[in-house]
Design a protein around this ligand. Structure first.
Ligand code: ADP
Ligand code: MG
Length: 240
């Protein structure tokens, strides 16, 4: 589904991604972990071309996306993203938020978009909030709307950048459980998170990054139970 080869990126003189090589298979959940500033968000943003890497290749669904500026709209339809801060449209109701892109970007007819949105809002447990405005929702509810909104484009891959980091602790679980269900449904996901319980339970692969490099990748058992690299050992022991 995703194949990253020899990816390097600089912000001016700051070398933020260093020779990144990573494979994500269809239906896999890959969790990126690492200290703040290690390049996790930048890597994620390269996958839907919010950023462009200076060197290397990214193939998504067989198409090279880093070396070309063609078909970026199509790419962003295939690769959904959920951010730490939900970025909902404040002047639109929940269902209006969800149908906006399907209607205006995908040219879906309104009735079909509403049917899909209703289904997705049921899935994330917010059918009863369809006609509410974002300001009346809790952070966890807002993030579940953001997930439904991303899913409404019927993406093949979902990217999550610290989706629970802005939430009060008691609201984290409801968002993680929606993500877990999505994983069980077979969605291909790349998730940046500090929720190690989620990583352990849901990830097929855990990738540890430091200073722009992938230091180690493996199953949760390998990375949390028997890390090979000293830096991984240190990071893992700090977070438990
Ligand atoms: P993480 O998500 O792991 O915290 P980021 O990918 O956000 O790391 O950042 C990696 C490095 O790149 C950091 O040193 C950060 O300060 C820097 N950085 C991120 N975005 C920009 C930008 N738009 N311009 C310049 N430097 C940036
Ligand atoms: Mg980040």
């Amino acid at each position: 589904m995703i194949s990253i080869k020899g990816l390097d990126k600089w912000y001016n003189s700051l070398h933020v991604l260093r020779d990144i090589n990573l494979q994500v298979d269809e239906g896999e959940v890959v969790v990126l972990i690492g200290a703040s500033g290690s390049g996790k968000s930048t890597l994620l943003r390269c996958l839907n071309r919010l950023e462009r890497a200076d060197r290397g290749e990214i193939h998504i669904l067989g198409r090279e996306i880093n070396q070309t500026d063609k078909d970026l709209d199509q790419l962003r339809q295939q690769v959904g993203m959920v951010f730490q801060h939900f970025h909902l449209f404040p002047h639109m109701t929940v269902i209006e938020n969800v149908i906006e892109a399907p209607i205006h970007v995908k040219k879906m007819n309104r009735r079909a978009a509403e049917r899909l949105a209703t289904e997705l809002l049921q899935k994330v447990g917010l059918a009863d909030k369809m006609h509410s405005y974002p300001h009346s929702l809790s952070g966890g509810q807002k993030q579940r709307v953001a997930i439904a909104r991303a899913l409404a484009m019927q993406p093949r891959v979902m990217l999550f950048d610290e989706p629970t980091s802005a939430l009060d602790p008691e609201l984290v679980g409801e968002v993680l459980s929606v993500m877990k269900e999505l994983a069980q449904d077979g969605m291909t996901m790349v998730v940046v998170t500090h929720e190690m319980g989620f990583a352990r339970e849901v990830a097929d692969k855990v990738v540890y990054m430091d200073e722009g490099r992938i230091i180690e990748q493996g199953t949760p058992e390998q990375i949390f139970g028997a890390p090979q690299e000293e830096r991984t050992q240190r990071f893992v022991s700090q977070i438990y």
